[in-house]
Design a binder for this molecule. Structure first.
Ligand code: GRF
Length: 192
């Protein structure tokens, strides 16, 4: 991807459905001089996403789009992305699956963070699976989004050791900490 550091930052939208800790972290990152992205739009599929509060806190426009009708939802999102001249999309805990058609329009411009060492444990309950399988490590991955869920090219990963006595909650906390380091690092890697 084109090197943009020092030039204008790439206008980016973050898609969320929940807490938004990665969103908050990416907003903070985006404000750094060395960040290749600026965060210009927050998209959520639900009003219940706690992360929506960062819209007001950081003065970033938000749009809540119902996915009752997926096609319509994607059309609306596409419209807002065009209006804001968005060139890059980060999925951060976004719980809806985007269609092939939508992904095609932003080919190579949509990334996702997933709480496992992909290709292991696509989908949900990743930490539970890692503990149940007595894995030595858990972790997180940032990857390009393709039509196949959690299957696009991996950009970067970070590992954490699973210790005796680790629970889903303790692992979630440890991995999330790593996610907050990983997502900005992966974005820098894309733009360098
Ligand atoms: C993270 O664990 C991310 O990897 C997964 O969903 C969670 C979102 O957390 N895709 P948050 O909303 O960013 O706090």
């Amino acid at each position: 991807m084109k090197k943009l550091i020092g030039l204008k930052k790439t206008k980016t939208a973050i898609f969320i459905s929940g807490t938004g800790s990665n969103l908050k972290n990416l907003i903070k990152f985006s404000k750094k001089k060395k960040s290749p992205i600026s965060i210009d739009l927050i998209i959520s599929n639900t009003h219940n996403a706690k992360g929506l509060k960062y819209s007001r806190k950081y003065n970033i426009q938000k749009k809540v789009i119902s996915f009752k009708n997926n096609k319509l939802a994607e059309e609306k999102i596409f419209h807002f992305l065009l209006v804001k001249n968005i060139k890059f999309i980060c999925l951060a805990g976004f719980m809806k699956i985007l269609s092939k058609n939508f992904i095609k329009k932003f080919k190579g411009k949509i990334v996702n963070i997933h709480p496992s060492l992909l290709p292991k444990y696509k989908g949900l309950n990743t930490h539970k699976k890692a503990i149940e399988n007595n894995d030595k490590f858990a972790g997180c991955s940032v990857h390009f989004v393709t039509a196949k869920v959690d299957s696009g090219k991996i950009i970067m990963q970070k590992k954490v050791k699973i210790k005796k006595g680790d629970t889903i909650a303790s692992l979630t906390k440890k991995v999330l900490k790593k996610e907050h380091l990983l997502y900005p690092a992966a974005i820098k890697k894309i733009y360098n």
